[in-house]
Design a protein around this ligand. Sequence first.
Ligand SMILES: [Fe+2]
Ligand SMILES: [Fe+2]
Length: 211
Amino acid sequence: MNLPHEIQSLLSAFSKAQDLAGDVDHLLAAFGREITREHVPRVTRLAEKLALQFGVDVQAARTAALLHDIGGVFRYDQMVPLCEALGLPVEPEERRVPMLLHAKLSVVLAREWQGITSPEVLQAIRYHTTLHGQSTALDQVVFLADKLEWDQGGQPPYFAALSAALNESLETGTRWMLSWMALPEAKLLIPHPDLREAWRSYGIAPAHGMQ
Ligand SMILES: [Fe+2]
Ligand SMILES: [Fe+2]
């Protein structure tokens, strides 16, 4: 793959050096991503706990959680051109809200920077924001850990209800979160096509205007 120069220069400036958690922390610190830097270890701890609870590969959950937001080191205005240069499809919704592309860029960095090849781990990174139509338990663990340990400060308004749903099962927790995201109070910037697929797969009808 021909890598754009922004990614090539990142790869030469940040060699794979320490343990994965240390590498990620170092990268996020260098780019001044302090909120993400604080968010990622929380998501990782919870993803490990949920993985253990639901019989999911803990190491895979840890790897995906550590890497899920590293694509956020790029500026929003770089994201569409970068994905185009990488030959990645860019949906109309992603052109309108380029921040949605951070997950695709996280996958590229996970592969090119950290040498992650597991399709399961890369898929969990790719779909951590929206989930998708055929989510695995690993996808759901990373998605829900990211939602419970969000990066918007404090606890999310749905924390208690989602935790209660998760006490029943991973499936119940996933359905609960996707249903909440279909409500007007979720204030989604835009419903991503992958999220619409996830809603369809659970038979969830989104609020008016979000179909
Ligand atoms: Fe994210
Ligand atoms: Fe995140």
